[in-house]
Write a protein that binds this ligand. Structure first.
Ligand SMILES: [Fe+2]
Length: 286
């Protein structure tokens, strides 16, 4: 059976059927999948019971992998980022624990790695354990959000640059959440506010919870603009909500969509996801 791609929402997300992610695939198949990713921003694969090695191999078919950060709370230097509310022994981490609070930053709308000078190109999550309710991931199309802006607004936004930082994101959760080492490893960076996806030339807004203000603007005015654009981009008409099932694999293009995790009863139910990421193409500002 050949591969089929079924759109899930008007502007964002498609389900891919007829492919076993854990098997090797031709360059032609990966080219088809890359095109689908650029077109839909989010690809959903169901029933993929894969090992970490298989996930890494599949991710590699799309490009160069990113290694996890040295100060990552779950250890750095590998290809798998474990996003889970359990510790190494499989015990639930209490919701008020710093590790839980740090991960709750994932519940703010963001694009993975926008706090880095070279942000992540794409991410892939494999669902190992999911709670019976809640814990969904929502995705918002930054391409559709940009395209729907009035022309005069598009002209105003051209050439603007925003500052992004991990500190700004985590300050919205709790002060003092970042360790000094992590803070040092993640100084503020700058990104263009309107970003073209190189493969398609389509423009996308580049906003999210890491973005604090606009360079060269009064701080409050810039923050207000970023908030307005974030609210605009995350309207229900631009959003796909993924309700996880065990062994779902979801891949997304960080350059053209935002995402956020939704809460669940994390003091009761386990949620374990394994993430791989693709390294970015380069800085967004020269
Ligand atoms: Fe994320």
């Amino acid at each position: 059976m050949g591969m089929t791609i079924l759109p899930l929402e008007e502007h964002i997300a498609a389900e891919v059927r007829g492919i076993e992610v854990g098997s090797p695939h031709s360059e032609e198949t990966f080219a088809q999948l890359r095109r689908a990713l650029y077109r839909h921003s989010v690809l959903v694969f169901h029933d993929q019971d894969i090992s970490d090695e298989q996930q890494v191999a599949f991710t590699r078919g799309f490009g160069r992998l990113q290694v996890t950060m040295a100060s990552d709370p779950y250890g750095g230097g590998g290809f798998i980022n474990r996003i889970a509310n359990v510790d190494e022994e499989g015990r639930l981490i209490p919701p008020r624990d710093k590790r839980s609070l740090y991960q709750s930053g994932n519940n703010l709308w963001h694009s993975d790695g926008s706090f880095k000078a070279v942000p992540l190109r794409a991410s892939m999550l494999s669902a190992k354990v999911v709670p019976p309710r809640g814990g969904e991931t929502e995705y918002a199309s930054l391409r559709a959000a940009y395209a729907a802006l009035p022309d005069a607004r598009k002209v105003q936004l051209e050439g603007l640059v925003a500052e992004h930082s991990m500190a700004h994101s985590r300050a919205q959760i709790a002060p003092g959440l970042l360790t000094e080492a992590f803070r040092k490893e993640t100084p503020p960076v700058r990104h263009v506010l309107v970003r073209a996806v190189p493969e398609t030339g389509e423009k996308a807004l580049y906003v999210g919870s890491y973005a604090s203000h606009i360079i060269g603007w009064e701080r409050e005015k810039g923050s207000a603009l970023l908030k307005e654009l974030l609210d605009w981009s995350t309207q229900p008409r631009f959003v796909y909500r993924h309700r996880w099932k065990t062994n779902d694999l979801v891949m997304w293009d960080n350059r053209s969509c935002l995402h956020r995790g939704r809460p669940w009863e994390n003091g009761i139910y386990k949620r374990i996801m394994h993430r791989t990421t693709l390294a970015g193409d380069g800085p967004t500002v020269s």
